[in-house]
Design a protein around this ligand. Structure first.
Ligand SMILES: *Cc1c(COP(=O)(O)O)cnc(C)c1O
Length: 402
């Protein structure tokens, strides 16, 4: 960083954590320390000629809030710097990002391949929405490379996947699936919400597009909804995804962009602390007599532990806890907690726990629940920023009383 460009600091030589603090910053002539919040829907021009010029040179100047906003652009550029993306666009929610990333590139007659283990709304987009528009949806067991190989032995336009998945914590072999997908002609869209940009870098394994629910760890403090789409190739982002977003309008509000921009400054610190705490909690639960099984990427007992070590630098803050008892035991445990809050949100600084079978996944049929391993005794825990020992003690007491 050089002193002379304090309004537009160049962060290219900085380490990742520093990029989270300074990346994307564009100071106004007031030289504010904290990034400005441009809470405006439109922009004015000094003359008719200036307006004409702004529209003729698309992208060089802000013209309307649905297309671009200076605060939102700072957020997009900061995340793009950190992730190593050529292009980024923020959206109003994570689902708007999934929808935009997929539907912008698909049309009738195309095939999309995805694992069965997906966040419920992601599953709905592939299973229900795609076929409405003549797009064939093919589901595979995401952990089975031969299933991917078979599904991708025919041409496909897109592969969409989560790794680790919500809430199954299934891990997909990014390098192998990206390779198969590219041979089939598919663009690979990775929902990296559970891993976060801190613990997994999908572009380095061949992904073309990465999306986030910024509602989760990027805000990380339960304040707002948001999402973002990142493309490795700037041209793909600008030519395929951007027109779709610009004309359909899933725009992030400047205020929410400002919250997310500030959330990014502490992202690495929070995620690393929460990930370390989650590992501690997972180790405690794994030996608990009332617990049948704990799924956590960093535990040696995770079925794809070797793959986790290959593509993730930490286990994340999410755990799946399978209790020996069923629904009653799960409910008693939730009701016995004093500090850990019952909530279906995740990635928050507060530890949150939910019973997926009766909340996030309540609309699935019994058959679908069984195949996605949404069992009656399953709890999904999002480990927060409290002292890990307090989380362990709260769970220990609630389990004992359940
Ligand atoms: C929460 C979540 C989403 C959706 O994000 P919203 O911000 O709630 O729209 C998508 N994918 C995964 C994996 C999620 O956990």
């Amino acid at each position: 960083m050089s002193r002379t460009d304090h309004r537009n600091p160049n962060v290219s030589g900085l380490r990742p954590r520093s990029k989270l603090v300074h990346g994307g910053t564009r100071r106004s002539s007031f030289d504010e320390t904290c990034e400005a919040l441009y809470q405006t829907s439109g922009f004015v021009y000094g003359s008719a000629e200036e307006a004409e010029h702004a529209f003729a040179n698309d992208g060089t100047r802000h013209v309307y809030g649905r297309f671009r906003n200076p605060t939102t652009a700072m957020f997009e550029d900061r995340l793009a710097e950190y992730e190593g993306a050529g292009w980024a666009c923020a959206t109003a929610s994570g689902m708007a990002a999934v929808h935009g990333a997929l539907m912008s590139g698909l049309r009738a007659g195309d095939r999309v391949v995805a694992p069965r283990s997906l966040f419920i709304s992601c599953y709905w987009i592939v299973k229900e929405l795609c076929p409405r528009f003549g797009i064939e949806a093919v589901f595979v067991d995401g952990t089975d490379l031969s299933a991917w190989e078979e599904a991708l032995s025919r041409p496909a336009k897109a592969v969409f996947l989560e790794t680790p998945s919500n809430p199954g914590l299934e891990v997909v072999d990014l390098a192998a699936v990206c390779d198969l997908a590219h041979k089939a002609g598919a663009v690979v869209v990775v929902d990296n919400a559970f891993a976060t940009p801190v613990l997994q870098r999908p572009f380095e394994f061949g992904a073309d597009v990465v999306i986030y629910s910024a509602t989760k760890h990027i805000d990380g403090q339960g304040r707002c909804l948001g999402g973002v789409i990142l493309a490795k190739d700037a041209k793909y982002g600008a030519e395929v995804i951007h027109p779709f977003l610009r004309h359909t309008g899933p725009t992030l509000s400047p205020f929410n962009a400002w919250l997310l921009l500030k959330g990014m400054e502490t992202l690495e610190l929070r995620v690393q602390a929460q990930s370390a705490a989650a590992f501690q909690v997972a180790q405690f639960l794994e030996t608990h007599p009332k617990v049948e099984r704990v799924l956590y990427p960093l535990l040696a007992s995770h079925p794809q532990h070797d793959l986790v070590r290959k593509q993730m630098t930490g286990g994340g803050n999410m755990l799946s806890i399978f209790l020996k008892g069923g629904k009653a035991e799960a409910f008693n445990t939730l009701n016995g907690l004093r500090m850990v809050m019952i909530s279906n949100n995740l990635g928050d600084s507060k530890s949150l726990v939910t019973h997926p079978a009766t909340t996030t996944h309540c609309k699935l049929t019994d058959e679908e629940k069984a195949s996605a391993k949404i069992l009656p005794g399953l709890l999904r825990l999002s480990v927060g920023l409290e002292d890990p020992q307090d989380i362990v003690e709260d769970l220990d007491r609630a389990l004992a009383e359940a």
